[in-house]
Every structure is written in C-alpha cells, then in structure tokens.
Design a protein around this ligand. Structure first.
Ligand SMILES: [Zn+2]
Length: 163
C-alpha cells in the first residue's frame, strides 16, 4: 500500500467518527481533519477545532485515538491547528443538507463575507422551510448554535452559527 492509499484509508476511518454534537455528520465532513502525517514511529493527525472552546474537542481527540488504535496505529498524536481558523465555509452543501434534515438550520452564506456571528440573511426553519423566523437566544443547545423560533410553525430550532 502506498502512503497516499494509506492516508486515504485513514481518512476513511476518521469519517467513521461522528461529531459528538451532531451524530449525522462525521468529523471529515465537518472539515475538521486538516492533515494526516506519517512521522517516524507515529501518526500525526491535524485537527481544526470547529468553535474555539467547544467542549466536544476533548471527546473528538479521544475518539480519534481510540479509532486509530483499533486499526493498529498504536502511537497517534493529535495536533490542533488554529490557523487558518475553521469556518463553516468548509462544510459542503451536502453536509449542510444533512444538518437541515437533522433539524438544525445550516449556516447561511459565507463566513468570510461577514463581520459578526449572525447574519442579516434569513434563517430558514428546518421544519417547515419558512423564513419567518427570529432569534431567541445567541446560544442554543450548545455554544456553537443559536436558538431560533419559527413564527409560522411555532417550533424552536437550533441554527448552526456561521463563522
Ligand atoms: Zn417552521
């Protein structure tokens, strides 16, 4: 097996790890895996934390080591990469669609064109598709999300903040 093939295989293993907060999306789809490096006697995985201070990061660190150890990589080192900072722009449209189907409104627009965390673009209700929604709280079930309320179906929902 060439190194490129092995890298691909490792990415495949990593894609078996779900984001602890969003079980339908794996850490590769989230755009967290920034690199797989072969060091002399160990494997180094570069990860970008999605939101700084997201408590899920410790768990992801643990899950990555556990997964790779189960595949025979005994010495795994995880390096967190903060620059460039993770952005929701790294999520594919397919991933955003999975979020919506799961009941979380996906980030709207491109983070790179925004100044703040929240945008003026309408956030669509993941339940009924209405854009008649309003923000209830900057923080939803986790700090990564904001809590919105749909004024048409009256259901509250999480909006994945665009950063
Ligand atoms: Zn609705």
């Amino acid at each position: 097996m060439s190194q490129a093939q092995e890298k691909e295989l490792i990415c495949q293993y990593l894609s078996e790890i779900s984001d602890p907060e969003i079980p339908v999306i794996n850490i590769v789809e989230m755009g967290m895996v920034r690199g797989v490096l072969f060091r002399e006697s160990k494997l180094e995985i570069l990860l970008s934390p999605t939101y700084s201070g997201c408590p899920a990061m410790d768990m992801i660190d643990h899950l990555v080591k556990e997964k790779l150890q189960s595949k025979g990589y005994d010495s795994v080192e995880i390096t967190l990469v903060y620059k460039p900072a993770w952005t929701t722009d790294w999520m594919s449209d397919e991933t955003k669609e999975k979020l919506r189907a799961y009941g979380i409104a996906p980030p709207v627009g491109k983070a790179t064109s925004k100044k703040g965390l929240l945008n003026e673009d309408p956030v669509f209700c993941p339940q009924c598709g209405s854009k008649n929604t309003e923000i209830e709280s900057m923080f939803g079930s986790t700090a990564c999300k904001a809590l919105y309320l749909c004024k048409d179906c009256l259901e509250p929902f999480d909006y994945f903040k665009c950063i």
